[in-house]
Each structure stands twice: as C-alpha cells, then as structure tokens.
Design a protein around this ligand. Structure first.
Ligand code: GLN
Length: 312
C-alpha cells in the first residue's frame, strides 16, 4: 500500500504542537535562548522528487552543528582521506563540547561531529584563507545543495557565540598545542562560529541533504560526492551524529541523523528520503527532544530504517 506521507506528517506535526514538555532551549549561546520552544517544523524530500511539509517548515532556525555535515563534505573534497590522520571516526561517548578525551588521545578528536573534530575540519577548510573566504565557500555549497540562494548567516548568533564560546576556544587552543590546528585559533573559530550560525528552514535543510539519500548525486544533475563517500558520511551520522546519545538515536529512530543545538536534525533514509525536523527544546544530551520523537514516529509509521529491508 502506498504511504500517505502527507497525512503522516500532518498528524505528527499536530501531535507535536500539543506536547507540553518540550525540553530546554540552548541558553549558553544567549541569542539562541530567545527562540520560542513552541515551534515545531518538519520537511521530507523524497527520492522521487516530492517535498512534504508540516508545522513551521518555512521558519528559519540556526543550523548549528548540522553544518558539520556540510563542512565535512567540503573538507573531504579538499584533502580526501588524509583528513583521517587528524580526526577519528569513532563515537566519543562524551558530550559534544567535551575536552577530556583530547588529552589521552594527543589532540586527535574522536570524530568530525563533536566540537573538537568540527574545529579541525574548520581548520582544514580555512586552507590559508581568511575566515570570510571559507565561510563564503561553505555558504555557496549549502545554497547549491538546496538550490536556494536565500540561505544566509545570522550575524547576531555568530557574534553571540564569539562572545561566549570559551569552551570552543579552549578546545582549539588545546589542539593547537598538539599541532593539530594549523591556523590561529581565533581565525578557525571565527569560521566555525559563522558556519554554525547559518540559518535554514526545514524545507531548505531537507533539500540540502538530498545528495546523502541519492548516493552522492545532486538531484539537479552531476555528483556532489562519490557513492562511497556518501555512505561513509551517513555512517558517521549514524554512529556519531547525536554525540553521547548516538546509540539511543540509532535504537529509537534507526537512520543516520545529525543534530544541532538550534533544535534541528537532518536525517537520511538512503534511497528514500532526506528529512529535516526542528523544535528548539533540547534533551539532556543537547539534541532536539521533539525532533527526535517526531523522527521516531515517522520511522515507525513509514517502516524506514537502515536495519531492515526497504518496505514495499
Ligand atoms: N555552535 C555550537 C557549539 O559549538 C554547536 C554545538 C551543537 O550544535 N551541538 O557549541
């Protein structure tokens, strides 16, 4: 029986609008603390070219750590597998901004999706240029992926994090001491904070993720990455995309996903769908509480999972 995706999404969005306990909005970046936790949005781009939306799917939000997926894709394009000499590919089992593992592991972050790993990726993407050049490149890339030139950076969010990002400063300086950051830490962080401050809505984000559902192809023609690279990025999203809650996300939802403290999640069903959800309230691991719940419900109702044969 054909899935009535429209109805499923509308029902999930309706259900989420009524939930009372919505988690806590991130407040360590003051600008993000201002966002109303009542928002919930969802968008699904399907492999056969449809776009289905529910709730606040066209309200822009700060993509934060979801940007790490696009930054990683760019860095792999620049330095290929050499990236893995500077950053690992294992789940960390620690919070997104943890510093403890770095000392034991000589300044090599566990994976590109924890903050330390993403700061190394930002260092690679800087490539001797000024932050605005690297940021311009990332922004152009995201616009190309989603086919939408309206995507922009929220400067107030970037400034807010620059004022308060002491932990990220510590991570960058600490890795610099091990020789794993090659540029001045303030330049790397300037670039990193701006990439996190990119704003997109669910619709744009689901469109931007399509190359990961299409084995690396751009739906408009041509290739973004090789099939192998797309699969590897999906593998990293599944194992590391939700920090120390990645196992729980795989258990509950069963598809690759990357979260951000703005409350967004990009989730990929290979060959089927690129999904974006957004609800600003976070759980204790810094992942969207209702976003995770909505994806769990969507996966259950569609049968989408990377752990079972595709449903008919
Ligand atoms: N900009 C945020 C930070 O570095 C991103 C964290 C996140 O989204 N998990 O703290």
């Amino acid at each position: 029986m054909a899935l009535d995706l429209d109805a499923i999404i509308a029902e999930i969005a309706d259900g989420m609008a009524k939930v009372e306990h919505r988690g806590r909005v991130a407040d360590y970046i003051p600008e993000l603390a201002k966002v109303d936790p009542a928002y919930f949005g969802m968008a699904v781009a399907t492999a056969d070219g449809r776009m289905l939306c529910g709730g606040h799917a066209t309200t822009p939000f700060s993509i934060q750590s979801i940007s790490k997926v696009f930054a990683l894709t760019l860095a792999l394009g620049k330095v290929g597998d050499q990236l893995w000499n500077r950053v690992g590919r294992e789940p960390s089992g620690n919070a997104f901004n943890s510093i403890v593992q770095l000392e034991h592991e000589q300044g090599i972050p566990r994976n590109p999706f924890i903050n330390a790993g993403a700061i190394v990726v930002a260092d690679v993407n800087l490539g001797g240029h000024q932050p605005r050049v690297a940021i311009g490149e990332l922004l152009r890339f995201v616009r190309y992926l989603s086919g939408d030139d309206g995507i922009a950076i929220n400067e107030a969010v970037a400034a807010s994090e620059t004022m308060t990002g002491f932990r990220n400063m510590a991570l960058a300086n600490y890795m610099r001491a091990f020789g794993n950051i090659h540029h001045a830490p303030e330049l790397v962080l300037g670039s990193y904070f701006h990439q996190c401050a990119i704003e997109m809505d669910c619709r744009q984000l689901a469109l931007a993720g399509r190359y990961l559902m299409l084995d690396g192809r751009h739906p408009g023609g041509g290739r973004v990455v090789s099939p192998r690279r797309a699969r590897r990025i999906n593998a990293l999203m599944l194992t590391c995309g939700h920090y120390d809650a990645s196992g729980d996300f795989a258990f509950r939802v069963g598809i690759p996903g990357k979260s951000g403290v703005g409350g967004g999640i990009l989730a990929i069903v290979p060959g089927r769908a690129s999904i974006a959800v957004w609800s600003p309230g976070l759980n204790a691991s810094g992942n969207s509480q209702l976003g995770t719940r909505a994806l769990e419900e969507l996966a259950q109702r569609t049968g989408w999972s990377v752990f079972s044969p595709p449903p008919d």
